[in-house]
Design a protein around this ligand. Structure first.
Ligand SMILES: [Zn+2]
Ligand SMILES: [Zn+2]
Length: 275
């Protein structure tokens, strides 16, 4: 679904990144047809979603038979069933097959064919471009999300699908209505182009944001999760988003916590003392 702009800048007089340039050269030389395909980012996104979600689905099915993980379950009394998981996964698969992929096909008719610049980004460029894209998306989704909870009709027809389950689980990450999925997909496509991100930054950001989204929904308050590793509570993570599913007038931002703090909608999960 993501299309790589033909006009991506590649400054002529700068040294190559020692880490990323060999990787970029390899991809461009040996996998050019794959990575320049407009379908590449869709496949990358869906496969990331699948492989990030799968281990947590197994953990959910094992439940308290794996006490090491089960003790971190945020809502231990609400365990997802296999039927709930299949339903959520099939919704995501159906939406991708019948809406996302056709949208990419239509995009190829109107947008220029993707091309790849010769130079890889520097690592700091990849990180700053990814962070900028995440911050922009976080702001857009915060506003969209707030509006869809305040307006009854918008909630009912667009966002309610995502709130079917009060206790989120990994596969429920992409249990979205078609309008919500298309809106999220549109921003995910357009923001990196607007910010003139390198294709490598786009791919990194796609995988990383998928991980953050899945982590939001895993239903486990893991001590090594990103929101625990990043200081000052800058990221909401599973505790914040789990609370949003329990108390939908709170924690509207998908990744960061600053907008909810500024607008007074941040609600902290009361965590139990764990042994
Ligand atoms: Zn959610
Ligand atoms: Zn919501």
């Amino acid at each position: 679904m993501l299309n790589i702009s033909e006009t991506l800048p590649s400054p002529p007089f700068r040294s190559a990144d020692p880490l990323l340039q060999p990787l970029w050269d390899h991809l461009c030389l040996h996998h050019r047809s794959l990575v320049s395909s407009p379908f590449f980012v869709v496949v990358l996104a869906f496969s990331s979603y699948f492989f990030f979600s799968l281990p947590f689905a197994v953990l959910d099915l094992l439940g308290d038979r794996v006490p090491f993980f089960h003790k971190y379950k945020i809502q231990p009394d609400r365990q997802p069933t296999l039927g709930m998981m299949v339903k959520s996964f099939m919704t995501a698969l159906f939406n991708h097959m019948f809406f996302v992929l056709p949208a990419v096909v239509v995009g190829t008719l109107f947008l220029p064919a993707p091309t790849l610049p010769k130079q890889a980004p520097h690592l700091y460029e990849l990180l700053t471009e990814s962070l900028a894209s995440l911050l922009l998306f976080d702001t857009q989704y915060f506003i969209w999300h707030y509006m869809h909870h305040k307006n009854t009709q918008l909630y009912r027809w667009v966002h309610a699908v995502h709130h079917e389950f009060m206790a989120p689980f990994s596969w429920s990450t992409e249990q979205l209505s078609i309008p919500e999925l298309m809106t999220v997909g549109f921003w995910s496509n357009m923001d990196p182009l607007l910010l003139q991100c390198h294709p490598m930054s786009i791919w990194f950001m796609t995988v990383f944001s998928l991980w953050m989204s899945v982590e939001d929904h895993i239903g486990y308050d893991l001590p090594w999760a990103l929101n625990r590793l990043v200081p000052f509570g800058l990221l909401g993570g599973a505790p914040a988003h789990d609370m949003h599913h329990q108390k939908p007038s709170s924690n509207y931002a998908p990744f960061f916590s600053h907008w909810d703090r500024i607008f007074g909608t941040a609600v902290t999960l009361k965590t139990k003392t764990r042994k």
